[in-house]
Design a protein. Structure first.
Length: 276
């Protein structure tokens, strides 16, 4: 099972010492930022390449053909170890890690703090673009185990052994604002804003007390955790954290963009009087 594969979080110095052979550094940012600053030798995946882009749930997984084309473009080889990083503390990097789990590539690690930590460590940054040699398209098989769909979330609502982890803001969770037609949260879901998983005083590295936070949310008591946000961008980080902590975690890739635009799904909205 994908969640039984250990996850490594690396410091910049450790990444700098990795052999170039069979290691692929992947920066998940905009092309404009990559041109301005990237780790030497890294390749670029833009966030839009990791999502289907079809509304209303535009953050869902792309097709196998789209994923294969992206990996071919960056020169991906199945035997490589992927080091994922971004400039925002792990949202898009975590989304890439989830995608790798979905295609059965478990040899990946996360550069803690990403570009910010790398720069603060005094390590070199490159500018401009270098086009990697493309690889032959590889056959992609989608493993649905790391993916939660609406039916999975519905089943989890009444399952005492499951926890639904909403990493949107407290305001979104409370129904005070929403990017969808409907506001509120999935009944029974616990909330912890993804921003609280990042340490702003340490270049957006993961916070030191992740286990304590997970315990407070009841995540360790669950046989299954399903995490989501609005588009499965922010929940890329919570998925990464769940994997790091050894949880059996799935990502609801439709997230609130799907749930909150579906008139048939149950919702708890504390902002509306009389709502259960």
């Amino acid at each position: 099972m994908y969640h039984q594969h250990p996850v490594e979080v690396l410091e910049p110095d450790a990444v700098a010492d990795l052999p170039e052979t069979d290691t692929l550094l992947v920066q998940v940012t905009s092309s404009a930022l990559f041109e301005q600053a990237h780790i030497p030798g890294a390749v670029l995946i833009e966030p839009g390449e990791l999502v289907c882009g079809i509304p209303p749930a535009s953050g869902k997984l792309p097709s196998a053909a789209q994923i294969s084309a992206t990996l071919s473009r960056i020169g991906y080889q199945p035997q490589q170890r992927i080091i994922a990083f971004d400039d925002e503390g792990g949202g898009w990097a975590g989304r890439l890690c989830w995608t790798l789990d979905v295609i059965g590539h478990y040899d990946w690690a996360y550069l803690d703090g990403g570009l910010h930590a790398w720069h603060a460590a005094g390590l070199p940054l490159a500018q401009g673009f270098s086009t990697p040699a493309p690889a032959e398209p590889c056959g992609i098989t989608i493993d649905t185990d790391p993916i939660a769909e609406i039916a999975d979330v519905m089943a989890a609502i009444d399952d005492a052994d499951s926890v639904i982890w909403d990493v949107r803001s407290a305001e979104e969770y409370a129904g005070l604002r929403s990017g969808s037609v409907r506001r509120g949260h999935i009944p029974g879901a616990v909330n912890l804003d993804w921003e609280l998983l990042k340490d702003a005083n340490r270049q957006l590295r993961l916070i030191d007390n992740l286990e304590e936070v997970a315990e407070s949310l009841g995540l360790f008591r669950a046989e299954q955790v399903i995490t989501h946000c609005q588009t499965h961008h922010r929940s890329g980080l919570s998925y990464l954290v769940g994997r790091l902590l050894g949880l059996n975690i799935k990502a609801f890739h439709g997230s609130w963009a799907e749930w909150g635009n579906d008139p048939s799904t149950p919702i708890t909205n504390p902002s509306e009087a009389g709502n259960p």
